[in-house]
Design a protein around this ligand. Structure first.
Ligand code: BGP
Length: 470
């Protein structure tokens, strides 16, 4: 039987995107690593489509905000591109055109009563900083990030009340240094990966320190991908593997963000393995004293793990301690190749509630990328994405259960508002509430957009709890 799943009246309903995935290259002073990668190796991207035009948010933001309001969004996250805002990367001096664009865009959000969450880094390091200094392996780059952050706060601190330092920081070391799927496409650089984890934590803490010292009266957080690691079995070995995977992929950013410290078990293991990061006492103090005001959590898929094989790489890799477990019978999104497991949202919420002081948090990304959505377009031009509505309703039901039990969750952002560019997959899988036609950049609201409007107006939706599969 259906019943009303009710959310608080002031709950955030919205969606996220990022500068590099939506704006397009227009009028930028610098290239970021993705721009560079696309310019030099187009074939790495689905159908050879890159971030050069993306969804042309640079020119279309006014229409886009109007449409976002029309579908009931009361909040929206995007990011400032370092490579757009900053003219001189060494001093942090802003570029007037970049400042103007973001000022106008922020103003437009305000006009539409949309709360803006502004993120500072979404995998988009300026390429020069990689070429000159080795990117996130360098502590100098950490300081340059702090200068960029300061400039961003100076320019927009009065107008933006919610900031985040990094989006899914773990993806940078993981995808870029272990598995070769993001720039710089290194494979098996475990030790460097560990240093990058530390450096990004330090960069985040420095930005938080600067923001708090400027007294704008707003809040600053971080966006983490906190997929729990589920062990194959309850055996000691599988449980140890899950503990390591949670330490390495989750708590390596979560603990410093909330408590200012790294998990002891992680530090111990990395030390024993001889790959612990280089850190000074002063840097550790900076991390200790500059923690977040709130958390954003991106959730797409769970991590399933098992004990590692006896044989492993000679060079240190996290696979010394765990392996991915391909669980038979799992529910899949075949287009993205990701498991669908809505219950994990509940587990994440309980973890934050029970083990992280019930800090306030929101779902900052959740979504389902689907290929070939044109086949669902009806004679009126609307894409009927019922599968996406089902996906959201099931995830939201689990989130709601956690909120009923006291989880301090204040909002739900989907990925994404209007279809946007997606790293290697480009525009293969679409995620938006609003469809984007790449031929003419025309936007049309999908059925899920209409659904969101209703949910946001009614603070919930009718749902049969028997549909919660887990
Ligand atoms: C998250 C990223 C987003 C977005 C999303 C969808 O990890 O924060 O930037 O891209 O995943 O994933 P994908 O684009 O790989 O399909």
């Amino acid at each position: 039987m259906k019943q009303k799943i009710k959310f608080p009246e002031n709950f955030w309903w919205g969606a996220a995107t990022s500068g590099p995935q939506s704006e397009g290259w227009f009028n930028k002073r610098h290239e970021n690593v993705m721009d560079y990668w696309y310019r030099t190796q187009r074939n790495d991207f689905f159908n050879g489509v890159g971030p050069d035009v993306a969804s042309d948010f640079y020119h279309k933001y006014k229409d886009d905000f109007a449409m976002m309001k029309q579908i009931g969004m009361n909040s929206f996250r995007t990011s400032i591109q370092w490579s757009r805002l900053i003219k001189d990367l060494e001093t942090g001096e802003p570029d007037p055109e970049g400042v103007q664009f973001y000022k106008d865009m922020i103003e437009e959000a305000k006009k539409n009563d949309i709360i803006l969450v502004m993120n500072l880094h979404h995998f988009d390091l300026p390429i020069e900083l990689f070429e000159k200094y080795g990117g996130w392996e360098s502590k100098h780059v950490v300081d340059l990030f702090a200068k960029f952050a300061k400039t961003a706060f100076e320019c927009f601190g009065n107008d933006v009340k919610y900031w985040t330092t990094f989006n899914e920081p773990m993806v940078i070391p993981e995808a870029g240094y272990l598995y070769g799927v993001h720039f710089p496409k290194y494979v098996g650089k475990g030790k460097e990966c560990v240093q990058v984890i530390f450096n990004i934590n330090l960069a985040s803490a420095k930005a938080i320190e600067i923001y708090h010292s400027m007294n704008f009266g707003g809040e600053i957080g971080i966006i983490l991908n906190l997929t729990p690691a589920y062990p194959r079995s309850e055996s000691k070995e599988d449980l140890e593997a899950a503990h390591f995977a949670d330490d390495f992929f989750g708590r390596s950013f979560l603990d410093p963000a909330v408590f200012g410290t790294f998990p002891e078990t992680l530090v111990h293991t990395l030390k024993e393995d001889g790959v612990l990061w280089d850190a000074t006492k002063e840097e550790l103090e900076t991390i200790k004293h500059n923690t977040v005001d709130f958390l954003g959590v991106n959730y797409y898929q769970p991590k399933r793990v098992k004990a590692p094989a006896m044989e492993h790489d000679e060079n240190w890799m996290p696979s010394w301690h765990f392996e991915e477990y391909d669980m038979p019978g799992k529910r899949m999104n075949p287009y993205r190749g990701w498991e669908i497991y809505p219950r994990a949202i509940y587990d994440i919420a309980k973890n934050v509630q029970n083990n992280y002081g019930n800090i306030k948090w929101f779902i900052s990304e959740n979504g389902m990328g689907v290929e070939g959505e044109e086949r669902y377009r009806d004679e009126n031009g609307k894409i009927n994405d019922d599968y996406r509505i089902d996906f959201y309703e099931e995830h939201l039901a689990w989130l709601n259960k956690a909120i009923q039990e006291g989880s301090n969750c204040f909002g739900y952002h989907a990925w994404t508002a209007f279809d946007c560019w997606s790293w290697n997959n480009a525009y293969k899988n679409r995620y938006g509430f609003i469809a984007v036609d790449l031929n003419d950049q025309k936007r049309t609201i999908k059925k899920s957009g209409e659904w969101l409007k209703k949910v946001s107006e009614e603070h919930g939706y009718e749902y049969d709890l028997d549909q919660m599969k887990g």
